[in-house]
Design a binder for this molecule. Structure first.
Ligand code: NDP
Length: 484
């Protein structure tokens, strides 16, 4: 078993850095509630060191060819894959997610991002626009110093999803993990340097919202990419606007998953499980409002309940465990509050929503039936293992109800009628839609939200536009004329 204690709290200018005068942040292993490490929030001196080293290193990095930059990222991807087992254990220590997930999803998707953007780096270009005899060419330039601020559910993946495209485009990145999961991003920084990334280009500093705030108000910072809640997103977006900084906002959701009468029940139940209980439900794009057409609803709920009974809640380090604890005591309390509210407002708790009689932040997966659109559990993001079943009759009705939310991150449809599937996703207000599947997030596909769920896109070629800017150069070959 790896030792989860980091070498030091921060990784700045190519090396670990400690400053114990910062506020201590205890790191809990969610499965036992034990403190496994302590890191210290960045002091103003650490923030300064991070920003200064990023600023100093970025110009030289941008002068490398894309192929050279990409080579570093691809090497880092290989190292991550080689160390997948240890990195997965660390992710499990940080988040409590079982190894049956972390072995396949976290360092591996981080490596995918490094490999994908590493491959893309050499092909980043501007364009040539012919204007008669004259022409314009555009240059794709990096933004400069970018700040990444992460949520706690996917600490390795989020640090790579932000770092890889930023670095591919020639930027420097300063990443501030969530205070709840500070360990994994440090390893990403260490691996990048081992792969040949020059010092200062990928710094990780710890802290709470105030550290994030001091980073994004620094005049040397050009961009902020946040993964977090809508409330934090509004604050960070407003702060970034004061300095006219670029933003990417990956925020929360309350996504609909719609199951039609003609769907394969077993497949739809699988989709609902993947879209509600993976990572103990702590996934932003989860399809937590499960609209089921009335004819199929009894069979769907019965089978879902049966399948949930097969979830294995055990030691997350044991690969046969399939369901882990919540990330923190606080998050469990929030989710329990929603479970109580659901019952108070008249929804039927089919199963789950209870603690296990052991240490750690365990909460059993919950299904609510007979949920109506106005209930709190159908309107607010819960961010935990709580699935709500709502009944519907017609396609038009379910589209209107599914879209009646301030969020717009994802949406899914299960049906055997593919015309209806395509018609539905066209009508649904969401950044990512699924037909007969749920929650796939390959690096090749754009990911992000509409409405309050966010601004900009991560992953895919689309992310390049959010980490670079175009300069237009007008070249006149024709004679130049002036009015006087
Ligand atoms: P929070 O919004 O609480 O925090 C996100 C990050 O922002 C943390 O690192 C936090 O620091 C930091 N932060 C808080 N306040 C400020 C501030 N004023 N200025 C700068 N930084 C600040 O989210 P959670 O960590 O609780 O994550 C859960 C949320 O993230 C959910 O709403 C979920 O939907 C969303 N999410 C979205 C995803 C997406 O891709 N769309 C993916 C995953 C999660 P600290 O917490 O250390 O104080």
């Amino acid at each position: 078993m790896i030792d989860p204690k980091p070498t030091a709290s921060h990784f700045v200018n190519g090396a670990y850095l400690e400053d114990t005068s910062g506020t201590p942040i205890e790191v809990f292993y969610p499965a036992t509630g034990e403190v496994i490490a302590t890191v210290y929030a960045a002091t103003p001196a650490v923030v300064e060191a991070a920003v200064a080293s990023a600023k100093a290193a970025q110009k030289e990095w941008a002068s490398w060819t894309g192929t050279e930059r990409g080579r570093v990222l691809r090497r880092a991807a290989d190292i991550m894959r080689d160390r997948n087992h240890d990195l997965s254990q660390l992710e499990t220590f940080d988040t409590g997610k079982p190894m049956s997930e972390t072995l396949y999803v976290d360092a591996t998707s981080g490596a995918d991002a490094l490999e994908y953007f590493g491959g893309l780096a050499g092909s980043l270009t501007g364009e040539h626009i012919q204007l008669g005899e004259d022409f314009v060419y555009t240059m794709r330039e990096p933004l400069g110093v970018c700040v990444g601020i992460g949520a706690w559910n996917y600490p390795t993946q989020i640090s790579c999803w932000k770092g890889a495209p930023a670095l591919a485009c020639g930027n420097a990145m300063i990443f501030k993990p969530s205070e709840t999961t500070p360990l994994c991003a440090l390893k990403v920084a260490e691996i990048l340097v081992e792969a040949g990334l020059p010092a200062g280009l990928y710094n990780v500093i710890q802290g709470l919202g105030d550290v994030g705030h001091s980073l994004i108000t620094d005049p040397r910072v050009d961009k902020v990419s946040l993964t977090g809640s809508v409330a934090t997103g509004k604050k960070v977006y407003a702060t970034a606007a004061e300095g006219m900084r670029h933003v990417t906002m990956e925020l929360g959701g309350k996504s609909p998953l719609i199951v039609f009468d003609d769907a394969d029940v077993e497949a739809a139940v699988s989709g609902a499980i993947l879209g509600n209980f993976y990572s103990s439900g702590q996934v932003c794009s989860n399809g937590t409002r499960v609209f089921v057409q009335s004819g199929i609803k009894p069979a769907f709920v019965a089978r879902l309940k049966e399948r949930l009974a097969g979830a294995v809640l055990g030691d997350p380090m044991d690969e046969t465990t399939t369901f882990g604890p919540m990330v923190s005591a606080r998050q469990r309390e929030i989710v329990e509050g929603f479970v109580a509210k659901g019952q108070e407002e008249g929804a039927v708790l089919v199963c789950g929503g209870t603690r296990l009689d052991k240490p750690g932040f365990w909460l059993t997966p919950a299904i609510f039936d007979n949920v109506t659109d106005d209930m709190t559990i159908a309107r607010d993001e819960i961010f935990g293992p709580v699935l709500s079943v709502l009944s519907f009759e017609t396609e038009d009705e379910v589209v209107a109800r599914a879209n009646d939310t301030e969020f717009g991150l994802a949406a899914g449809v299960f049906t055997k009628d593919l015309s209806r599937g395509h018609r539905m996703v066209k009508a649904l207000e969401a950044g990512t839609c699924y037909i007969n599947t749920y929650n796939d997030a390959p690096v090749e596909a754009p990911f992000g939200g509409v409405k309050l769920s966010g601004v900009g896109r991560e992953n895919s070629k689309a992310a390049i536009n959010h980490f670079s800017q175009m300069k237009s150069v007008y070249v006149r070959l024709s004679e130049i004329e002036a009015p006087f």
